[in-house]
Design a protein around this ligand. Sequence first.
Ligand code: PGA
Ligand code: ZN
Length: 414
Amino acid sequence: TIEKVHAREILDSRGNPTVEVDVYTGHGFGRASVPSGASTGSNEALELRDKDDRYNGKGVLDAVENVNSTFAKELLGMDVRNQREIDELMIALDGTDNKMTFGANAILGVSMAVAKAAADSLGMQLYRYLGGTNAFALPVPTMNVLNGGKHAGNELSIQEFMIQPKGAETYSNALRMGAETYHALGKILEDKYGGSATNVGYEGGYAPNISMTADALDALVSAIDEAGYTESEITIGLDAAASEFFENGKYSIDGNMLTPAELVDYYLELVDTYPILSIEDPFHEESFEDFAALTSEAWDTIIVGDDLFVTNVNRLAKGIEMDAANALLLKINQIGTISESLDAANLAMRNGYSVVVSHRSAETEDAMIADISVALGADLIKTGAPARSERTAKYNQLLRIEEDLGDAARYVQL
Ligand code: PGA
Ligand code: ZN
C-alpha cells in the first residue's frame, strides 16, 4: 500500500523546471520525472506552469503542490498495483478533458512513480511488471542525429533526421551501429561545413547551419556509408513536425511554399531517392485527409502520427477510421497517465498500427520509456542522438533489459 507520495521541482535538459515524484510503499520505492516538449501539439494535455517571476514563468511549484496536498492524501493506503484505479482517481479529481485543474505534469509524475513503486514492491523489473511474460522484444532505436526546425538554430524545416539500424542482429549491435554512424556524420559535417557544424540541438543531434533538406539527407547517407553500413542495414526516419512550417495553408520548405498536394509529391520523391523508412507528422496536426493521402501512396513507408494523435484514443480512433497513418507516436506526457498511454498503444496495435515510443525534446534522467517500449513490444523507440545523458539514459536502460532477458531477448524485425 502507498504510504507516502512526495513531489519536488527539479530541472530538465533544457534547464527548465519539471516535476519529480517519489512514491513509497511498505516494501518499495518509485521515483519518476516528467519530460516536456518544444514543438508541442495543440491537443496535448496541459502542462501546468506557474507563470510568475521565477524561471521566466516556467516554474512548476503549483503542480508540485497539487501532488503534495491533494494526491498525496487521496492515494494514501491505496494498493500501489492498482495502476488503473489510481490513474482514474486522479483523472476524476481533475475533472477536465486536458487535465488543466492539476496539470498533466503533476498527474503523470504520480502515475509513473506509482508504476515504478509497484514493480519495486514486487521485486520485478519495470518492463516485466508492465509487460508480463510477453515482454521480450527490444525495439529498433530511431536516433535523431541531425536537428532542425524548433530544435535547432538553423533553417532546416524538417525537425528531425534519424537513423534506424534495423538490420542489426541484436539491440546492442544496433546501438553500436548508430553511435558509429553518428560519429561518422560529425566528421563529414565538420569537413564540409566547419567545426561549428557539430554543435548540437535539443536532442543531441548535430545542428549544422544548412537549410536544404537534401543536404541533410545526403550527409546522413554518406555517414551510413562511411561507417561501413548499407542502406538496408540502416534506414532513415524523418520527423517533419510540419505544423511548425505551415503558413496560411501552405508549407514553407527548401525556400518554396508548397500546397498539401505538392508536399505529398515532395515526400514521395524523397522516399524514392533516399532509404527513408518512416515519416512523422508530414502535415499540419489537423490535416487528417492529407495524412491519409500520403499514407495510401507511400505504401511501404511508416507514417507516424505525433501531434496528429497526441497519444489520445479519440484522435487515434479518428485516424484509424480515416486510414490517416500506420503508426502511433507514444508520448506519455501528451496524455498524462500510464494507463491512458497503454490504452492508446493497445488501440494502435489492435488496428495494425506500429507503435513508436518517444521521449520529448526536454528530458530528464528518467528512463521509464525504455521499459515501456519493451513492455509493449513496440517496433521503434525514439529517444534522440546516441549522445547526451538524458538521451543515453534510455538507450542504456535498453542494454540492461537486453542483458536481463539473456537468451530470451529478441530484436524487433521491421
Ligand atoms: P517535442 O519534439 O518534444 O519538442 O514536441 C519531439 C517531436 O516532435 O517528436
Ligand atoms: Zn514529432
